[in-house]
Design a protein around this ligand. Structure first.
Ligand code: TLP
Length: 351
């Protein structure tokens, strides 16, 4: 390990920087005014993602948050309720925008490792009666960020979706890291997407693009979402420069996610050596969450010493810390970070 390889930044896969090849593709992108629908690179990206996800149409958006929120906005009316896992990104990390921008309320449901129980979904849906608001949308997340990058098995997805559909709800899939689920399981992206009406995918996480997400769904839904995107200030002009990075990522950065998964597994294996430390979720993809309560430590108490030792991670909650592997950290760096984290954590607990 050279000193240049430290710190090892495991705060998020959003910290990845575009590679020289990706930057070249961006510099050479053919562009036009996308508000006129004339950016050939964005049009190519949208068509390609629609095809990959098996949807009629797709739309480039500035961020995962914008994508999720456009999907919520387009499928609800103010006063409606959206069902979501209690750890869902749309509920916890999007600045309250579902309430602020769509006027909906979110109803948090429990579920081990981010997986919802169909019985809880059925129980949460109000009958159509004048006392009750309309339960309108079910929001799923795969992989599930706050549940440590866990992957929804297709039968579990089918059961949750069936419970929603029998009451006439639409289903949105936050697939910011759907690529990771696909690479880890071999399940085609379109098989996951087929379960949902709308899907959002991100290019700025494990795929390494600097900016960009895409939402996909029926053509009429995408037309409506495009109208809302304009209202949210998200209609951009020669945006093919960003689209080119996403197309490059589709060509070169999907299969390599397997390396990130192997690195996360290695990190988890080492961290399990720390007495009292618990890994509360299966490590299915590129995220490792550790629980420190059994060591009588808090996240705020360990994140700064870890950073000082050269390992950057973030607090997932009061007693949990999250590590994320990605294309800007090598197996060697992750092995070094694992050893360092084991030493720092064991030292802090006095073990
Ligand atoms: N997640 C970020 C933070 O916001 C927590 C991260 O570091 O993991 N859906 C999921 C499942 C996400 O994990 C994220 C980003 C988003 C949506 C939002 O994407 P952006 O950051 O592009 O708005």
């Amino acid at each position: 390990m050279s000193p240049n390889d430290v710190p090892v930044d495991l705060r998020s896969d959003t910290v990845t920087r575009p590679t020289p090849g990706m930057r070249r593709a961006m510099a050479e992108a053919e562009v036009g005014d996308d508000v006129f629908g004339e950016d050939p690179t964005i049009n190519r990206l949208q068509d390609r993602v629609a095809e990959l996800l098996g949807k009629e149409a797709a739309l480039f958006v500035a961020s995962g948050t914008m994508g999720n929120q456009l999907c919520v906005r387009t499928q609800t009316q103010p006063g409606d309720e959206v069902l979501i896992h209690e750890g869902g990104h749309v509920l916890n990390y999007e600045g309250g925008s579902a309430a602020a921008l769509s006027g909906v309320q979110l109803r948090a449901l429990p579920g081990a490792h981010g997986i919802l129980d169909p019985a809880d979904i059925r129980r949460a849906i109000w009958p159509r009666q004048e006392h009750f608001h309309r339960t309108r949308l079910l929001c799923l997340e795969n992989t599930h960020n706050r549940a440590g990058g866990t992957i929804w098995p297709l039968p579990a997805m089918d059961a949750a979706v069936a419970a929603a559909r029998e009451a006439g709800l639409d289903v949105h899939l936050d697939g910011a890291r759907l690529w990771n689920a696909h690479v880890a399981t071999g399940v085609p992206l379109s098989d996951y997407a087929a379960r949902a009406d709308s899907v959002s995918v991100c290019f700025s996480k494990g795929l390494g693009a600097p900016v960009g997400s895409v939402i996909a769904g029926p053509r009429q839904f995408i037309e409506q979402a495009r109208f809302h995107r304009k209202k949210y200030g998200g209609a951009m002009r020669q945006v093919g420069i960003l689209g080119a990075a996403c197309l490059y990522a589709l060509d070169y950065h999907i299969e390599r996610l397997a390396d990130d998964h192997a690195n996360a597994a290695l990190l988890a294996e080492r961290l399990r050596e720390v007495p009292g430390l618990e890994i509360p979720h299966p490590v299915d993809s590129n995220i490792v969450i550790v629980e420190l309560a059994g060591m009588a430590l808090t996240a705020a108490g360990v994140v700064p010493p870890l950073a000082q030792a050269g390992v950057l991670a973030i607090a997932a909650d009061h007693t949990r810390v999250r590590f994320v592997t990605h294309m800007d950290v090598s197996a060697e760096q992750v092995a070094w970070a694992a050893g360092t984290a084991v030493r720092v954590l064991a030292g802090l607990s006095g073990a």
